[in-house]
Design a protein around this ligand. Structure first.
Ligand code: ADP
Length: 366
């Protein structure tokens, strides 16, 4: 696996913490066992040689973007609702300079697989759904308090610590996360995952923490019924991120609560979803307001224990979800490209501006 140590590359953002430069294999036994597949490749299992503790290892090519991911994940990782980063190594792997993120091992796996399992064993209730949404909101609350927007909230990035009943749900993958500010909207790059994307992202307007609230709205909807609010299998483009019909629906905030799945779901849950899926980002609630909502503030006592159709729908539609998963991965790759392009564009626009200013100064000087 990863071996040789590396020297400090030029002109990359600095790490905000101590990294390790010795070969990871000195300290960890790295297995070929794959814990999951992401857009950056597989996440592997590894074992601490001293304690025997099982951990997860994500390997990413060193770059400015990768360093931002690592810095932001590490910064946020003390939160009990965010996957803990144990160590970062800078190693060479297949002649490539890489960052190796050693994380706590999340033995309970991805959110939807667990909901499916719960459905097989018994029933999955609205109160359990509220507890899941509450955990995700706590992660987002922590991030937003640090002025970090995650920008890629989706079920694959939500993992359980174990298969136990009381297992914690934690957020991971800071590949699209950005530091932002309360007053100025600083997030410009058009990065999104089709089913979770907010309308202002599609319109390429500036967007910020309110994108995460939209993503939360989408996840809450799916957790309560098993399918996404904005969905169109028709006219799905082969190379593009999503169909024009789906774009239109998202822009118009056009979705429904079909009676067959939603008539037993509480009004408070639907009210919260409506608020989170408000098209205008300024009108969406903040994460604090979401947590203070009637549905979430006292979920453990107040939310009904009504059974939901979610596990059955997730199982029934698993074929479609495979397609959705593939589409999400494709969209992610496409978005990364767009994101890079938009950064390049921004830099060249900035450069043009600098050039014009320099010329203006020169003209006034002569
Ligand atoms: P990428 O940024 O390449 O998409 P992710 O960080 O999203 O990678 O991880 C990809 C998948 O690997 C996750 O969806 C999950 O199934 C698995 N995975 C990631 N981190 C862990 C972990 N700490 N423990 C167990 N599995 C993990």
């Amino acid at each position: 696996m990863a071996s040789n140590t590396v020297s400090e590359p030029d002109k990359l953002p600095h790490f905000l913490f101590q990294t390790k430069r010795n070969a990871i294999t000195d300290d960890y036994e790295v297995r070929t066992e794959k814990l999951g597949a992401g857009i950056n490749g597989p996440v592997y299992a590894c074992f601490d040689r001293q304690t025997g503790q099982k951990c997860a290892l994500k390997i990413i090519k060193d770059s400015a973007k990768a360093r931002r991911e690592v810095n932001l994940h590490k910064k946020a990782s003390e939160c009990p609702y965010i996957v803990h980063v144990i160590e970062i190594y800078e190693n060479k792997h297949s002649k490539q300079r890489c960052l190796l993120i050693v994380m706590e091992y999340m033995a309970g796996g991805e959110l939807f697989n667990r909901i499916k399992r719960i459905g097989v064993e018994g029933s999955f209730t609205e109160r359990q759904a509220a507890s899941i949404v509450h955990s995700i909101c706590k992660a987002v609350q922590y991030l937003h308090s640090l002025n970090i927007a995650h920008r890629d909230l989706k079920p694959e990035n939500l993992l359980f610590t174990s298969n136990d009943e009381g297992a914690a749900l934690k957020l991971t993958d800071f590949g699209f996360a950005k530091e932002c500010s309360d007053s100025v909207k600083t997030l410009h790059s058009p990065c999104y995952t089709s089913y979770y994307v907010a309308p202002e992202v599609l319109s390429k307007q500036s967007y910020d923490k309110s994108c995460d609230i939209w993503g939360l709205g989408v996840i809450t909807y799916i957790v309560l019924c098993g399918y996404p609010p904005f969905y169109s299998l028709h006219n799905a483009p082969i190379n593009g991120p999503m169909s024009p019909e789906m774009k239109r629906k998202i822009r118009a905030g056009e979705y429904r609560f079909p009676d067959s799945d939603w008539n037993t779901v509480s009004r408070e849950a639907k009210d919260l979803i409506r608020a989170m899926l408000t098209v205008e980002p300024e009108s969406r609630p903040t994460i604090e307001e979401v947590l203070q909502s009637t549905w979430l503030s006292k979920f453990a006592e107040k939310v009904p224990n009504t059974s939901l159709n979610t596990p059955a729908v997730l199982v029934e539609q698993s074929e479609q979800w495979t397609d959705v998963g593939a589409a999400i991965r494709e969209t992610n790759a496409y978005n990364r490209m767009l994101s890079v392009e938009s950064e390049v564009q921004e830099i060249s626009l900035d450069n043009n501006l600098l050039f014009r200013r320099r010329q203006k100064r020169q003209n006034t000087a002569t």
